[in-house]
Ligand binder design. Structure first.
Ligand code: ADE
Length: 227
């Protein structure tokens, strides 16, 4: 999978894309991720990527020209399945959306910054708009990093233990059961006996019961979706 991220703040993406599973997936060639600094695409002699809004609102607006230049160049090189814009008024990101994005070959993710982007970009280039939740961040970079992380960890081979991504919370509309590691007793706090029993079927049943119990207690809305 190839992901091209367009931003005016490339440094905000540096560590999320160069740590942990995303880093390893890139090293293994499972995910090719390129971050493009929109300042490199501006024709403005001062490398300006934003300007004052028409109509006199407060704040600056990202200009159309650098975004057009970058997207047009990328699209001339290959086909893209989606041009995604990260925005708080987009469709709320969730696990099913991560699953379906992970099946695509090439995607562009455009990060907004400042007050917003020239609306014509959304009308003429963007095919999908994603929000990571009902709150406003400084820009689309951290949301883009969330989407990339959630998607890349699903690529086959990205996680050592193939089962691991499938047993995540939300993957079956259930929250994950608790996990424990050594020591089996700490300060008198014990790991549930069943996990030490070696009895696979009983452990599987315990995990399912716990997942159901936690989902019922913490996120009953997930269970309602099933009914
Ligand atoms: N840009 C700013 N806030 C955002 C959010 N919540 N989701 C996606 N993009 C954003």
């Amino acid at each position: 999978m190839r992901i091209d991220i367009l931003t005016v703040m490339p440094e905000m993406l540096e560590s999320p894309l160069n740590c942990s599973i995303v880093k390893r997936a890139r090293e293994k060639g499972l995910a090719e991720i390129y971050v493009h600094n929109l300042r490199d695409y501006t024709t403005d002699k001062h490398r300006k990527v934003d300007d004052y809004p028409f109509g006199g609102e407060a704040g600056m607006v990202m200009k159309i020209q650098p975004v057009d230049a970058c997207i047009t160049k990328l699209k001339a090189e290959r086909d893209y399945d989606e041009v995604i814009f990260m925005t708080p008024d987009g469709e709320i990101f969730d696990q099913p959306m991560a699953n379906s994005l992970s099946l695509l070959n090439n995607i562009i993710i455009l990060c907004g910054h400042y007050k917003g982007i020239d609306y014509r970009i959304r009308e003429h280039f963007v095919t999908k708009e994603i929000s990571i939740g009902d709150y406003v961040l400084t820009g689309g970079e951290l949301p883009a990093a969330c989407v990339v992380d959630a998607v890349v960890r699903l690529l086959p081979g990205a996680i050592g233990d193939e089962q691991s991504a499938l047993s995540d919370s939300f993957q079956d509309n259930l929250l994950a059961p608790p996990v424990y590691t050594r020591p089996s007793e700490y300060n008198g706090w014990k790991v549930p006996d069943v996990l030490l029993s070696g009895h696979e079927a009983k452990i599987a049943q315990w995990r399912l019961d716990q997942a159901l119990e936690r989902t019922r207690a913490l996120r009953p809305d997930l269970l309602n979706e099933n009914s």
